[in-house]
Design a protein around this ligand. Structure first.
Ligand code: NAG
Ligand code: NAG
Length: 320
């Protein structure tokens, strides 16, 4: 009786929005900007197909009807994009499925989920995932990796968003061994398309052993909570060109320039973060993003490193 009353109250609090709870965040639930604008369901309700070749994968993800595409094993790409149609879930089977040597693109699309994929080593100009002029995308529980043996421009982005993309959630991913990790807003000249868009939530991701852009954000709005930043060589969150960021309950350890606002006037509100073996810029330009239009659960910064280590990346959530 007491329990069910508590649950009702908790549920009521959760749907009122802008309520921030601190407890163990659910590992398998969409929160953040991708819940807005009608929500993000991917291929829910559509047929499931399993693919093991690049040709079959390319064909399976096209078209605008709902579909769930299971990738079985690591498929070797041809360096070109794999273009994903509307209302699609792309999910890896088990703990070692995905794509190497190529990447996915959603262009002028909507309602796509990428989950449980190992994505690696896509030579420029193809990103591992690129979201272009697209809405309602959820990137969840993937492992993005490259290597640091090449020039910083040899591989392209691990997860880039541009040309007015909007309503994206990036949760529980591992980003590692890479130079230019996640670029949001591709150019200083695209303010007309990007201002008022590029709304992205990053939560419970592990950024480890990467050079920069975790993320770099131009013009957009990013809510960055309960992420673990471990060994970033050059800079981590780079808010520029008027971008607004709310950065809370993260841990930054051994990170060069954890938060920057110096390029063309970016903004940041940071609170409840833990900074170790790093120096925070004392002159951050404080912005206006102090709340977001959805409810969410943070994990306290003190527990984020271990929670994210245990539950981020491929091989954790293997069903749609
Ligand atoms: C996919 O969705 C976008 C955004 O709603 C729409 O503009 C586009 O026409 C859709 N594509 C197809 C092939 O239906
Ligand atoms: C800290 O980061 C530097 C690179 O910026 C790296 O060489 C070093 O190994 C890291 N230290 C630890 C303890 O991880």
């Amino acid at each position: 009786m007491k329990t069910s009353f508590f649950l009702v109250v908790a549920a009521a609090l959760l749907v009122t929005g802008s309520v921030v709870e601190k407890r163990a965040a659910p590992v398998n639930q969409l929160v953040g900007y991708a819940t807005l604008n009608g929500g993000t369901t991917g291929g829910a309700g559509g047929p499931t197909v399993t693919v093991t070749s690049l040709a079959a994968l390319r064909s399976a993800v096209t078209g605008a009807s709902p579909k769930i595409v299971q990738v079985s094993g690591i498929i070797t790409g041809d360096g070109d994009t794999i273009d994903v149609g509307n209302h699609t879930t792309v999910i890896g089977v088990g703990s070692n499925s995905g794509v190497t040597g190529g990447g996915f693109r959603v262009k002028k699309g909507t309602n796509v989920i990428f989950r449980n994929l190992r994505l690696s080593k896509s030579p420029a100009p193809t990103d591992l995932i690129e979201l272009q002029t697209s809405t309602n995308i959820w990137v969840d529980h993937n492992t993005f990796s490259s290597d640091l043996d090449h020039d910083k421009d040899f591989y392209d982005g691990q997860l880039d968003m541009n040309h007015g993309t909007d309503f994206v959630t990036v949760s529980w991913n591992v980003f590692t061994e890479h130079f230019k990790t996640s670029l949001v807003g591709g150019s200083d000249n695209t303010g007309d398309e990007d201002s008022g868009h590029l709304r992205v939530t990053y939560h419970h991701n592990l950024f480890s052993n990467v050079n920069s852009r975790t993320p770099s954000l131009r013009f957009g709005t990013a809510h960055i909570f309960s992420n673990s930043f471990q060994t970033i060589f050059d800079s981590a969150v780079d808010s520029r060109d008027g971008a607004q960021t709310l950065i809370e309950d993260n841990v930054f350890n051994n990170v060069s320039n954890p938060i920057e606002t110096t390029l063309n006037g970016g903004f940041a509100v940071q609170r409840n973060n833990i900074f170790t073996a790093t120096t925070l810029d004392p002159d951050l330009a404080v912005g206006t993003l102090t709340s977001v239009p959805y409810s969410y659960t943070t994990d306290a910064a003190s527990s984020v490193a271990s929670i994210v280590q245990a539950s981020a990346g491929a091989g954790i959530v293997t069903s749609v």
